[in-house]
Design a protein around this ligand. Structure first.
Ligand SMILES: NC(=O)c1ccc[n+]([C@@H]2O[C@H](COP(=O)([O-])OP(=O)(O)OC[C@H]3O[C@@H](n4cnc5c(N)ncnc54)[C@H](OP(=O)(O)O)[C@@H]3O)[C@@H](O)[C@H]2O)c1
Length: 329
């Protein structure tokens, strides 16, 4: 497979290369692509050095799959050009997610919807992926009615510039700011930009993407997205009201049996998910399971995952693996 990684010099791009190597993705030719600023730069994949190229050269090389993590504008402008050249694009930005002509895929949930005609495939938002995966089998059995989620998102979710801001602040160095306020020793109720309705874009992604992934508009989601000074890993406090009553032991079993999800829930041993445990892992970790005693059929849970892995690179690469395994590219 001739594979292009667009945004190879970025936070997600770096993890993308790591995950491609770890999973032995069948790469026969690799094109590492970034902005004109990075053209000529050297990157290493499986002990081999590669020179970063620009987007036009990458389109001309006609890769079978291009995995994009280079921001929404780059995707809007370039993904159609790759698609026209016959390349299947898996896009990590928000550019195509809510486009009704594009599919929004979490492989464990809805990869079966993919066909050969899907030339631009959207990867959901990192906070969405971990939440829907943890809820997927519970939804099947008990039917979700309403989800209230509050996120605790790491600075790596914003990209290189934000990680640098946190590192500078910890080291007492003045530098470029990714956020309007300091993030070290602070918490910002502000992920992505504000919209007319008072929510942030990130909050609206969490509200809308799950319905599309489950192909189900019978439940609703409301979100508060918060940036915290962790370097990697997103956490979420999720309150989910089901149509039907549940049995907590059964909920635990269902979560344990959900592919890609790990139950980490034993208060007697202080066992619960945390970003430090999720770091560099592909799974989504779930714990603090308890019945919401304030209303019927409602569950509280805590969900953590590595946003650069299952939240971005791993999910995109799993889509690629599915395409190859099913002869869709
Ligand atoms: N971070 C996460 O947890 C996460 C999760 C899911 C999805 N995403 C999405 O993934 C994308 C990248 O995120 P990131 O965190 O990796 O950001 P990042 O660290 O800032 O990296 C951005 C990458 O995009 C490239 N790029 C920027 N402008 C470009 C252009 N005009 N043409 C070609 N390449 C360009 C950059 O190349 P240069 O080095 O040359 O500037 C760099 O490789 C975003 O769309 C983001 O929404 C991120």
């Amino acid at each position: 497979m001739k594979i292009a990684v667009v945004g190879a010099t970025g936070m997600v791009g770096e993890v993308m290369l790591k995950v491609l190597a770890e999973r032995n993705f069948p790469v026969t030719e690799l094109l590492l692509v970034a902005s004109e600023r990075s053209v000529g730069k050297k990157l290493t994949f499986k002990n081999k050095e590669y020179t970063v190229i620009g987007l036009a050269d990458a389109v001309a090389a006609k890769p079978q799959i291009a995995i994009f993590s280079a921001g929404g504008d780059t995707s809007l402008q370039w993904a159609p050009k790759f698609a026209e050249a016959g390349t299947t694009v898996v896009d990590n930005s928000s550019a195509w997610r809510m486009d009704p002509t594009k599919k929004l895929i979490v492989p464990e949930i809805n990869a079966h919807e993919l066909t050969k005609d899907d030339k631009i495939i959207a990867n959901p938002n990192c906070s969405t992926i971990q939440m829907v995966l943890a809820l997927s089998q519970l939804h099947k059995k008990y039917k979700m009615k309403r989800v209230v989620v509050s996120t605790y998102q790491s600075v790596s979710g914003t990209g290189v510039k934000a990680v640098k801001q946190l590192e500078n602040e910890i080291a007492g160095i003045e530098g470029e700011m990714a956020y309007p306020y300091p993030i070290s020793r602070n918490v910002l109720p502000h992920c992505d930009t504000f919209l007319e309705n008072g929510y942030t874009k990130e909050e609206m992604k969490l509200a809308r993407e799950p319905q599309k992934i489950f192909n189900d508009k019978t439940f609703s989601v409301t979100a508060t997205a918060v940036r915290v000074p962790t370097s990697g890993g997103h956490s979420e406090a999720v309150n989910v009201q089901f149509e039907n009553d549940f049995d907590l032991a059964d909920v635990r079993q269902i979560i344990s049996d959900t592919p890609g999800v790990v139950l980490q829930d034993n208060t007697a041993t202080n066992s619960y998910p945390m970003p430090m445990f999720a770091h560099d892992k592909d799974e989504v970790f779930v714990g603090r399971l308890r019945r919401d005693e304030s209303q019927p059929n409602t569950l509280n849970m805590w969900i953590v995952a590595d946003n650069l892995r299952k939240g971005a690179a791993t999910n995109a690469i799993q889509i690629g693996e599915y395409l190859i395994a099913n002869n869709l590219v």
